[in-house]
Design a protein around this ligand. Structure first.
Ligand SMILES: *Cc1c(COP(=O)(O)O)cnc(C)c1O
Length: 453
């Protein structure tokens, strides 16, 4: 039996898989906060090229991947799948654990799967400059990388706490030619408004989104790009799950459970959606989304319409939310510090196709260290959440004395996160339980809409 299951380049998927074609329930549309009506393509046109807006609402099952995008994918796709033999042995579990490794891309995570596609469609539409926000810096570096390949300028508003905790992510973005500023920044109305009240505000993804959106909306040659949450972003990630299905077939197995960490939901959607298609068609497979207890949108949030950003500039999305004014504690999994969840993931949780679980950060770092010592790869703190739950499933299999096939997405490497590992070893990491009073306060500020809930 091979430890690694690798596919040749001709097995890079030719289509993205669109789960909207197969959902056995309708998905609530994004709503215009002013009118309370569903938004139309023209509402999004200042921010996104039309091809991406079309993908956002498409119900076509298979959407062809352009040749230029597949060509860029050959830099790191197909990504390898590993059987976690070392981890299995350490756990003395009868379970078979597999992971799909997305950390081998140039920026080190799954994020270029969509960044490349978005840069491509923007190039086709004549966009000269793209703005975005970034939390831990993975999205900013993925977009900087993709923009450099297609000759587009890139400006990244980076959440201040991450800008300070992860200076080398900023360096990487600069290597690929992007301009990076800490958010809140003095460059936008949204940033200045916060800085005036609180000069050392740590920032949040919600605020950084407000800044990047404002910048794009006020510059004609500029579009905005989002690294997670929206349907078209989740769509682009489905190359992960399609490859994973071929690789599991080569291994001669099918997973009992598919696991991923969730920040906005894109890497998990990427690996899980092709399996959700099977589940809709009657196959037995569990899907588990893992989040931090510090930002527990799926396990503790409310499923309702809310803004995607702090300054209330985005359409309202029906999602699991902690309230758009909620600023999560400074955990080291910066990519999981978002108040909301992708509407597609939220709806699938609501309809019981996906389970949610939450863990505090220290036990996730312990899981990551065990993984690094048994499998070699140093995981991103975000991915550590998926590893933690894979271990829980493997231990359960051992207790029950049952075979179980576990598949998880190792969404990225942690080589830019060594400061966080240092903190962990020094015993300086804190576990944040559910920050109840703050969340209740933010919940009170979720918009109330006549006729929708
Ligand atoms: C950004 C990021 C995440 C969280 O974002 P999703 O959209 O939920 O995937 C998880 N893991 C890594 C390595 C990331 O860079």
């Amino acid at each position: 039996m091979d430890r690694k299951i690798v596919l040749p380049e001709k097995e890079i998927p030719t289509h993205w898989y669109n789960v909207l074609a197969d959902l056995p329930f309708p998905l609530d549309p994004p709503i215009h906060p002013g009118t309370g009506q569903p938004i139309g393509p023209q509402d999004l046109a200042p921010l996104f090229p039309m091809a991406l807006i079309e993908q956002e609402v498409s119900t076509q099952r298979e959407i062809p991947i352009p040749a230029e995008v597949r060509e860029a994918y050959t830099l790191y796709r197909p990504s390898p799948m590993y059987r976690a033999l070392g981890l299995e042995q350490a756990l003395r579990t009868p379970a078979h654990i597999y992971y799909k490794y997305e950390g081998g891309s140039p920026p080190g995570s799954h994020k270029p799967n969509t960044a490349i596609a978005q840069a491509y469609y923007n190039k086709q539409a004549g966009t000269r400059r793209i703005t975005t926000e970034t939390g831990a810096g993975q999205w900013g570096s993925a977009l900087a990388f993709a923009c450099s390949r297609f000759g587009i300028a890139c400006k990244v508003y980076m959440v201040r706490v991450s800008y300070e905790q992860k200076p080398y992510r900023k360096s990487l973005m600069q290597v690929w030619g992007a301009q990076v500023v800490p958010s809140p920044s003095p460059d936008t109305h949204a940033g200045r408004a916060v800085l005036e009240k609180e000069p050392d505000n740590p920032g949040s993804l919600g605020l950084a989104i407000s800044e990047a959106v404002e910048d794009a909306a006020t510059h004609d040659d500029t579009k905005y790009s989002l690294g997670s949450v929206l349907n078209h972003v989740l769509l682009h990630q489905t190359v992960v799950g399609q490859e994973a299905q071929k690789q599991m077939a080569i291994a001669g197995e099918y997973p009992d459970v598919v696991i991923g960490c969730i920040g906005g939901g894109s890497n998990f959607a990427g690996i899980v959606m092709p399996f959700i298609r099977d589940k809709i068609n009657g196959k037995q497979v569990r899907a588990v989304a893992v989040e931090p207890t510090a930002a527990p949108s799926v396990t503790k949030g409310r499923y309702t319409y809310d803004f995607g950003d702090l300054a209330e500039t985005t359409p309202l999305l029906k999602m699991h939310t902690l309230g758009h004014t909620f600023i999560p504690p400074k955990i080291h999994a910066g990519g999981l510090r978002y108040h909301g969840m992708a509407p597609l993931i939220s709806a699938l949780v609501e309809h019981k196709f996906i389970e949610g679980v939450a863990y505090p950060q220290r036990t996730c770092f312990d899981a990551a260290v065990l993984f690094a010592r048994t499998e070699g790869i140093l995981p991103a703190p975000e991915s550590a959440h998926a590893i933690k739950h894979a271990i829980v499933e493997a231990e359960r299999a051992k207790e029950e004395g049952r075979q179980r096939v576990i598949l998880f997405n190792l969404s990225g490497h942690g080589y830019f996160d060594l400061a966080a590992y240092d903190e962990h070893f020094a015993g300086r990491l804190e576990d944040y339980a559910y920050p109840e009073s703050q969340i209740l306060e933010a919940m009170a500020r979720i918009p109330k809409l006549a006729g929708v809930s």
